[in-house]
Design a protein. Structure first.
Lengths: 265, 257
């Protein structure tokens, strides 16, 4: 495929795949008010990168391990009810980011482009990486579709879902694993510092035009893809960093969504 | 009256602690087929926790829960806090945990007089509408046991009476057992087979008539309850005389004002 030789085309393809997962996933982040939670996991991803380099394993594995670890630790501390959730998240978020930055700076033998992990660099995505992005995104979407009904039910009312036979613990665990996978791929797109916006902006824009959870999820995926395309093209045209360009494109689309009159309530 | 006793669910010696506080202390409870059991107790007495334990959503620290084989529970939670950022119609809510045909949804909603709400957004419903939709949703599961947590909270008296009428009709047609949580002594005594008063531990339990005379009940509910109970007694006599629901309503609203 000759087109894949074009860096811009590769960037667009990769970005769209990531947005297609981030949109629907972001709906739950919005519905469950877990924006800060997403932030904590994303920041923790830097620690995951360091772990990957340290153990000489794939950084995606490192990121998933760290994200799951943070999620479990949070769940345990939240059960104790000593500190409020947002305080705990604030502590986790920045501690894991700081630890990750220190760990990476200590590794003198590896040359790490920290800037691209923090803010993304989708224009540098290679062919092989693109294939990985598609495999991970497709797998995530399949699993996500499988747990969809249970996850919606658990979001509406946990005990009600439980009473009707939904395995809440399993559904939540899979959800966090999918978020971790998304963070691993989206790090290339917007970097860990901006990932949350990739989750939240499309759903926030989609809300007013949706009357069911399913509609909102699908619409979010399309809005997310539009943001990515607009951001990457802007980045290429004006020679500005791609990650921040995507986020700003998302904000502009969100602002537009507030002006347009929706058909549904 | 004399039916074969068939235990739907029972809890034996349930203990539950949270954050060093005792929430449930050696609770015994049993619900049989076709029976209405009501759990009463002041706010924070552990009523909702007891229900969570029975459903299995939280594990007790000790004690045993025995469920009938393949027991299907229809659960009506106390409150459903759906974020306004989540668009969800009543129709979609009815298919929450499993896909349901539009015909079944409509017909079930019509049992509780809510068929006109089918296209409404869930978070735009009033308190009474929400409770009726929740009740209809639980009926869709075709339950052997209905569990309702303070179902009439925040409803006006007319709404309460309508709700209980729907509930009674549903119970008869499904032949299911009912476990209800309430802090409203008034309604409880009128239509219940068994009352269990809890304040972390079981204060008293048994038939309403027996529980009513138990000093533990008066002690638990305090001065205010004594009056409410006396009031109830008065009304109970009326019920025996065949007084209609309407009389009950008038009396209660008089007392409230």
């Amino acid at each position: 495929m000759l087109l894949l030789d074009d860096f811009l085309f590769r960037a667009l393809l990769g970005g769209i795949a990531i947005a297609a997962v981030a949109g629907p996933l972001g709906c739950f982040v919005v519905w469950q008010r877990m924006a800060y939670f997403g932030d904590s996991l994303a920041h923790g991803a830097i620690l995951g990168v360091a772990l990957g380099f340290f153990l000489n394993i794939d950084i995606t594995v490192g990121i998933i391990v760290i994200c799951l670890f943070i999620a479990l630790l949070l769940a345990m501390l939240q059960r104790q009810n000593r500190l409020s959730s947002d305080t705990l998240l604030g502590i986790f978020s920045h501690t894991s980011l700081a630890l990750g930055l220190i760990a990476i700076s200590l590794m003198q033998d590896v040359r790490v482009d920290l800037f691209s992990y923090l803010f993304g660099d989708i224009l540098a995505v290679g062919k092989e990486e693109l294939i990985w992005i598609y495999l991970i995104s497709a797998g995530s979407l399949l699993v996500f579709a499988y747990i969809w009904r249970g996850l919606v039910a658990a979001t509406v009312h946990e005990e009600l879902a439980y009473a009707e036979g939904i395995n809440i613990g399993l559904v939540k665990l899979i959800f966090i694993a999918i978020i971790a996978l998304l963070i691993a791929t989206a790090m290339r797109l917007t970097g860990v510092l901006l990932i949350t916006s990739l989750l939240i902006l499309p759903s926030a824009a989609a809300r007013r035009f949706s009357s069911s959870p399913e509609q909102m999820a699908i619409l979010s995926a399309f809005i997310g893809a539009a943001e990515v395309v607009a951001g990457i093209l802007a980045s290429n045209t004006w020679d500005i960093p791609s990650g921040p360009a995507i986020v700003v494109a998302g904000s502009v689309i969100f602002a537009l969504s507030l002006i347009i009159k929706p058909k549904v309530n | 009256m004399v039916k074969k006793r068939e235990i739907l669910i029972s809890g034996h010696g349930i203990n539950l602690k949270a954050g060093g506080r005792t929430i449930l202390d050696h609770i015994d409870i049993e619900i049989n087929k076709g029976e209405i059991v009501t759990v009463i107790g002041p706010n924070g007495a552990g009523k909702t926790s007891l229900i969570r334990v029975l459903i299995g959503a939280i594990k007790p620290d000790s004690g045993k829960i025995i469920k009938a084989e393949n027991l299907v529970i229809g659960y009506v939670p106390q409150r459903v806090n759906i974020s306004p950022l989540m668009p969800i119609t009543v129709k979609r809510f009815m298919s929450l945990t499993k896909k349901t045909s539009p015909i079944d949804i409509k017909s079930t909603l019509s049992i509780v007089g809510a068929e006109n709400l089918v296209e409404r957004q869930f978070h735009s419903l009033s308190g009474g509408e929400t409770q009726r939709v929740l009740l209809a949703h639980s009926v869709l599961q075709n339950p052997d046991l209905l569990i309702l947590d303070e179902p009439v909270q925040g409803m006006d008296i007319g709404g309460q009476v309508r709700f209980y009428t729907h509930l009674e009709r549903i119970r008869k047609s499904l032949g299911c057992g009912v476990l209800m949580v309430s802090h409203d002594l008034h309604m409880v005594m009128a239509a219940t087979d068994k009352v269990i008063c809890i304040h972390h531990h079981v204060c008293c339990a048994g038939e309403p008539e027996k529980v009513r005379q138990d000093p533990a009940l008066v002690e638990m509910f305090g001065e205010k309850a004594v009056r409410s109970l006396a009031f109830y007694t008065h009304e109970h006599n009326h019920a025996h005389d065949g007084a209609s629901n309407r009389d009950t309503i008038t009396e209660k609203s008089d007392a409230a004002s």
